[in-house]
Design a protein around this ligand. Structure first.
Ligand SMILES: *Cc1c(COP(=O)(O)O)cnc(C)c1O
Length: 367
C-alpha cells in the first residue's frame, strides 16, 4: 500500500470534464487578463465567506504584500506575527520595508498566543498579522480586543484556512483584510499560482483593486506604486468549478481527522491535534506531535506513507532575518514545535484502507 501526502490527480478525476470545459471557455474568448471569470469567482467567494469585497491576485504571497501596502504600512513600522508559519507571512512584511516582530505560539493550537502579544507592542507597532495555521482559526476574539485597545490594524493570513470559523464567524471576516492562497496544495487549490484579499471596508477594497494593477486609477495615472498581480482568468475558471466542492472536501477532511483522533488516542508519546472548542477547522494539515519525530517520519516513509514537517525552522531563526537580532531560545515554544511536528495525509480522497494503514503503521512504531 502507498499513501501519498496529497493526491491531486484523485481530485482532478472527479471533475476533469467540467474543468476542461471551463478552461475551454477562456480559450474561446481570449480574455486571459481580468476576464469575466475573475469577477465571477470573486463574487462567488464573497458569497461563500459572507464578506463584502474579494480582490483576486496572483498568489497568497502577493495578497499579503498588497494588504500591507493598502494599510499604508512600511518603513519604520512594526507588524506583530508568528514565527511558526510559512515564510511568506514574514517576507511580505519585510518586503514592504516594515519589521516583523515575532511573538511565540500557543503550545496546543500552534497559533499566535494572544497572551504574549501586548508585551511586544511598541509605539511603532502598526498591525497584527495572525495566521490560521493548518486550517484552524486563531483566537480572533482576543486578538481583535487587543488590536482595538491599542489601535492596531489586523491582517488575517488565511492561506491555510478558507471556510474555518471561530465563535461561528468566518475567518477573514474579523480583521481589516484577510488573505487567501490558492496554491495547489491548499484546500481550494488552483492549477497554478493564485491568491485573494478579502475585506468589508469599501475604501480598502478600492485601494487593493488599484494596487494589483500598478496602483493605477484611472488607467495610466498612478497615485501610488503597486504590483502587477492579477488573478489569471484560467485559474479563476478552474477555481469557480472547484469552489462547488469545497464544503464537501472540508467535511471529508474533518471525518478523516475524526478517524485518526479516535484511533491514535492514548498512544504514549504521541499528541494528536488540539482544536479550540470555539473553532471549526478545515484541516489543511493534520499535524501530530512527538519527541521521536524524525524516527517516526523515517518509519512512515519506509512504509510508503507520505508525511512532512511544517515547519522545520521557525522564521525568527532564518538566515535572511539575522539582522533582526533573534537567537535560539527566544521563542522556545515555536522552536520545540519545529522539532516535534509531523503532518500526515488528510486529503479528502483518502480511502478507509489508506487511513487504517496509516493508523496501523503509527501504532506499530510506538509499540
Ligand atoms: C501558502 C501560504 C502562503 C503563500 O501563498 P502562495 O499562494 O504560495 O504565495 C502564505 N502564508 C501561509 C501561511 C501559507 O501557508
Amino acid at each position: 500500500m502507498r499513501v501519498p501526502m496529497l493526491d491531486l490527480h484523485a481530485q482532478y478525476q472527479t471533475m476533469l470534464d467540467d474543468i476542461r470545459s471551463e478552461i475551454e471557455k477562456v480559450f474561446e474568448t481570449h480574455h486571459y487578463i481580468m476576464g469575466a471569470q475573475v469577477k465571477e469567482f470573486e463574487e462567488k467567494v464573497q458569497d461563500y465567506l459572507g464578506i463584502k469585497h474579494a480582490i483576486g491576485c496572483a498568489s497568497g504571497t502577493d495578497a499579503l504584500v498588497l494588504a500591507i501596502k493598502a494599510l499604508n504600512i512600511g518603513e519604520g513600522d512594526e507588524v506583530i506575527t508568528t514565527p511558526f508559519t510559512f515564510f511568506a507571512t514574514a517576507s511580505s512584511i519585510w518586503r514592504n520595508g516594515a519589521v516583523p516582530v515575532f511573538v511565540d505560539i500557543d503550545e496546543d493550537t500552534f497559533n499566535l498566543d494572544p497572551d504574549k502579544i501586548e508585551a511586544a507592542i511598541t509605539p511603532n507597532t502598526k498591525a497584527i498579522m495572525a495566521v490560521h495555521l493548518f486550517g484552524q482559526c486563531c483566537d480572533m476574539a482576543r486578538i481583535m480586543e487587543i488590536a482595538k485597545k491599542h489601535n492596531l490594524k489586523v491582517i488575517e493570513d488565511n492561506a491555510q484556512g478558507i471556510g474555518s470559523t471561530f465563535d461561528g464567524k468566518m475567518s477573514c471576516s474579523f480583521g481589516d483584510i484577510g488573505t487567501l492562497s490558492f496554491f495547489p496544495s491548499k484546500n481550494l487549490g488552483a492549477m497554478g499560482d493564485a491568491g485573494m484579499c478579502l475585506t468589508n471596508d469599501d475604501e480598502l477594497a478600492a485601494g487593493l483593486r488599484q494596487l494589483r494593477v500598478h496602483g493605477e486609477c484611472p488607467k495610466y495615472y498612478h497615485k501610488w506604486v503597486g504590483l502587477n498581480s492579477r488573478l489569471d482568468t484560467i485559474q479563476a475558471a478552474v477555481l469557480l468549478r472547484k469552489l462547488d466542492d469545497l464544503a464537501d472536501w472540508s467535511e471529508s477532511r474533518r471525518k478523516n481527522a475524526a478517524f485518526y483522533n479516535e484511533h491514535l488516542a492514548g498512544i504514549a508519546g504521541l499528541k494528536t491535534p488540539v482544536i479550540d472548542e470555539r473553532a471549526v477547522t478545515i484541516y489543511n494539515q493534520y499535524t501530530l506531535r512527538t519527541e521521536r519525530r524524525d524516527e517516526l517520519m523515517a518509519h512512515l516513509q519506509k512504509r510508503n506513507i507520505g508525511c512532512a514537517v511544517y515547519y522545520p525552522l521557525p522564521l525568527h531563526l532564518q538566515e535572511c532575518f539575522t539582522s533582526l537580532g533573534y537567537k535560539e531560545g527566544d521563542l522556545p515554544i515555536s522552536e520545540r514545535a519545529a522539532k516535534e511536528v509531523l503532518s500526515i495525509p488528510i486529503y479528502p480522497e483518502l480511502t478507509d484502507e489508506m487511513k487504517s494503514y496509516v493508523v496501523e503503521s503509527i501504532k506499530e512504531f510506538f509499540n
